[in-house]
Design a protein around this ligand. Structure first.
Ligand code: 7PM
Length: 303
């Protein structure tokens, strides 16, 4: 699966050839994420009024907290809370609006569940406030590029951070995505952002990487990245993949977001078998079953 011959690009570019993390788990303030012999599930708790799938369904914090509790009971290993839609062409919301949406839900959910909570934001002020309310992980779709203060915050707080690849900005990214070799370029970008984070004081053990499925990518680019996950796993950091209900699935099946569950489960299973350590998903109960079976194939069942 992973080509370790001298021609392998991970060696050619000086990247560690070994896959996975040294320890197989990632400690957070609220328990460790264990991916030594299993894949973790990151549940998506979207608080935006306009998201492509579940937008506007959780305008009441009480409803959002109840949904988060249900996700934890369904087997989520981490709950990802986001207050700004990053869909193609979406307009940025104000920082105050983002804070008003996410803080009450983080505060409330923190008292109800034991699993780690991640905050999906590229703004350091939102991330700082979220960490104070009990969030554990910063999920930054800009990989520390959009807010110059984000890296210092993550370093000082010593929390895990997700570095995600995106070509362009959420507003422009789907205009005309172009790559010569998408897997190579995404891998090089992530390697550069890992280096930057470490130089700025972030512990290597706190860095999760993510190819950013759908963020400045055509259907072909998304498929090449999912096929090429072993090369990204060879960066040596935990690998997160978010394919749930995204438009590349709609392009393959000809379906709207509400009819993309089965395609999302196929993509999650494929990601697990290609080396993902965390899959990000809307449908926790169904994804949990798909991932348990894919994990049994990947790791065995220990009989
Ligand atoms: C509209 C389009 C709304 C796409 C929301 C989305 C990822 C993420 C998102 C991902 C990480 C979604 C996306 N996707 N964070 N945030 N990785 N780390 O489908 O793939 O939720 S937003």
């Amino acid at each position: 699966m992973i080509d370790l011959s001298p021609a392998d690009s991970s060696i050619a570019s000086g990247r560690a050839a070994a896959s996975g993390t040294p320890t197989g788990y990632l400690p957070t303030r609220h328990g460790r994420l264990d991916f030594s012999r299993r894949t973790a599930i990151m549940a998506i708790l979207n608080l935006t009024p306009d998201s492509f799938y579940d937008g506007g369904t959780r305008l009441d914090p009480g409803k959002a907290i109840a949904d988060g509790v249900e996700m934890a009971e369904a087997g989520a290993d981490v709950i990802d809370i986001g207050g700004e839609s990053t869909r193609p062409g979406a307009r940025p919301v104000s920082e105050d609006e983002e804070l008003e949406r996410v803080l009450p839900v983080i505060r409330g959910l923190r008292r109800e569940v034991r699993v780690p909570i991640s905050i999906d934001t590229y703004r350091s002020r939102v991330a700082r406030a979220a960490l104070r309310q009990g969030a554990d992980i910063v999920n930054d779709i800009s990989a520390l590029r959009f807010d110059a203060e984000m890296v210092g915050l993550v370093a000082a707080e010593k929390v895990p951070v997700v570095l995600m690849h995106m070509q362009g900005t959420p507003r422009t990214m789907q205009a005309e995505p172009r790559y010569d070799d998408v897997v190579r370029e995404v891998g090089d970008f992530l390697a550069a952002q890992i280096r930057y984070a470490v130089e700025q004081g972030v512990e290597r053990g706190n860095i999760i990487v993510d190819p950013g499925i759908g963020f400045g990518k055509t259907l072909d680019h998304n498929l090449a990245l999912l096929r090429g996950l072993p090369e990204l796993a060879s960066l040596g950091q935990p690998l997160l993949v978010g394919a749930s209900r995204k438009s590349f699935i709609g392009k393959i099946l000809g379906t709207e977001p509400s009819e993309r569950l089965e395609g999302s489960l196929a993509a999650a299973a494929a990601a697990v078998l290609a080396g993902a350590n965390i899959v990000r998903a809307h449908d926790v109960k169904e994804t949990w079953k798909a991932v348990r079976v894919a994990d049994a194939i990947r790791f065995g069942v220990g009989e």
